[in-house]
Design a protein around this ligand. Sequence first.
Ligand code: GRF
Length: 223
Amino acid sequence: MTANFPRRGVVILISGRGSNMLALIEASRTLQSPFEVTGVFADKPDAPGLESARRLGIPARVLSAAPGCERAAYDRALAAAIAELSPELVALAGFMRILSAVFVDAFEGRLLNIHPSLLPDYPGLHTHRRALADRARRHGATVHFVTAELDAGPAIIQGAVPVLDGDTEASLAARVQRLEHRIYPLAVRWYCEGRLQYRGRRAWLDGRPLEQPARMDDDGEMH
Ligand code: GRF
């Protein structure tokens, strides 16, 4: 599909299934999308999302870390490979390597991540398990700008769902993911339309710093 305006290039990094990657690709293929996905990189050769991207005609490359390879050396190589595509934005979508300042600095202000919790709650791993163990009543996902501090960059939009009696890790994860697939394309669209920016270590939307991230509920309503 060709648009009659230039679309901004987005590169996606994955380590696994890539369902968020697919949501972004799908959103990019609508007539009015301000962005196109120009490449996918994975750090694991067996990431199932690689094949899904290729089937959709998106160039997808593996860049695995050689044994003993220093983090900074890997990050420099990855940054250089991505820079060849000159993307406007880099979107982490289930990319399971921690990226060092070498990488984050190279893409400062144009690097997004989606994290499966309502940050600042539950940074790190096993977020659904931890929310269930705490008997949390609300849980969700956050799209945020990436800074060198893990899962701590300015939040842009959150998708919030109720935690239901009888939820398992899998049922809760599935409910959260349905919203992930809506909020991530929305944040990328805002960025590529020029509505969303990173300035002075804060996220700005429509010319104002975000005091709170935008919020989407289970029913798709924005708050
Ligand atoms: C998602 O839950 C996302 O929040 C987290 O990693 C998971 C990736 O899932 N960062 P998928 O590969 O996009 O299905």
